[in-house]
Ligand binder design. Sequence first.
Ligand SMILES: [Fe+2]
Length: 183
Amino acid sequence: MAEKNEAKDRRKSPLVTPSDLGQESVKNISGALNALLADVYALYFKTKNFHWHISGPHFRDYHLLLDEHGDQIFTIGDDIAERVRKIGGTTIRSIGHISRLQRSKDNDADYVDPMDMLSELREDNKALIARMREAHDLCDEAGDVATTSLLEVWIDEAERRVWFLFEATRAREYSAVAASGRG
Ligand SMILES: [Fe+2]
């Protein structure tokens, strides 16, 4: 078993970028970032799914908003993967790999109400923020200042997405209040 692991380590050695963070930290940070990367790509795809399938009177607004969110989410994916490689870890290799690591849930329903789409994305982005904060704590403890600083920017961007999605989904609350006032 030990020999097998040694051979595996030897094969992977060309991919071990030198880092002063220490083996244990590299392993832990890479694990956290790869799980985050899987969530980011899953959320990217769901955002595009809803961008393509949204319908109704606010189609143009929501279609464009989700396009903007999709672009933002896709961009951070590459930065996350490259952080993993910069510190000497290896990262995601396929859609299958993403599906094994993702914690964020897909939505393959044939039809989703537009307000339900926006609410679901709002909650997914909130969950992503919580996971980025966890990764931030881990990187902070290990002294990985470059990843913590990127995470701070990505959290800010995700909070902006939550803000827009929150405001867009308030229409539902207003109509519920108006309907109860009429009764
Ligand atoms: Fe598009």
